[in-house]
Design a protein around this ligand. Structure first.
Ligand SMILES: [Ca+2]
Length: 189
């Protein structure tokens, strides 16, 4: 019995002296290749995000320019809306502004023909200096009341022909780039 007790004591002492075995998996760092792959993936993602951001910014800028241009075309439409097709003094004798007329004194629709406004003007014909990067270009052509889609290029019906109707087209440029165009028909009231 004594021998057995001594043997048990010896085994316990030996167990205490032995190092504990860590059975968890050994930790391993990233290799250089793995790190390089990670950097490459992050780089590609960063470039893609930057390209997407640039595209969105460009799209927003174009949309903003188009909105401003449509508004400026509408200003010409509003400016000409109350005007007759014939000059109150000279009638149909002149297609375009009469001698001595200026933007503020235009009194019929075709006075606006072949005019450009830069800075653009509002419906009261006042310059909009805040939008001086835009230009309104106006064209007025006569149209046949039975063919309102005709004379698109303005050559089929000479401006000396009074038809009782005109097509007004306003093209708005932002810098040198066309940003919007608006056309409408006006008939003699
Ligand atoms: Ca006039």
């Amino acid at each position: 019995m004594v021998g057995c007790w001594q043997s048990a004591v010896g085994a316990n002492a030996l167990r205490r002296r032995l190092p504990t075995v860590d059975r968890r998996p050994a930790r391993r760092g990233f290799s250089l290749v793995e790190a390089a792959f990670a950097v490459a993936i992050v780089g590609v993602a960063f470039v893609a995000i930057m390209q997407l951001w640039a595209t969105c910014t460009q799209s927003n800028r174009v949309a903003s320019n188009t909105t401003a241009a449509i508004m400026l075309a509408s200003q010409i439409q509003d400016a000409t809306r109350p005007l007759p097709l014939s000059d109150p003094a000279s009638g149909h004798a002149t297609f375009g502004e009469e001698i001595g007329e200026t933007t503020s004194s235009y009194d019929d629709v075709d006075d606006f023909n072949a005019k450009t406004f830069s800075p653009p003007i509002d419906s009261n014909r006042s310059a909009i200096s805040d939008l001086d990067g835009y230009t309104q270009s106006v064209r007025v052509v006569p149209v046949n009341t039975l063919d309102l889609d005709g004379n698109l290029d303005g050559t089929a019906i000479p401006t000396s022909t009074y038809t009782g109707a005109v097509r007004v087209t306003v093209t708005v440029f932002h810098g040198q780039t066309e940003a919007a165009s608006l056309s409408w028909i006006r008939v003699e009231r």
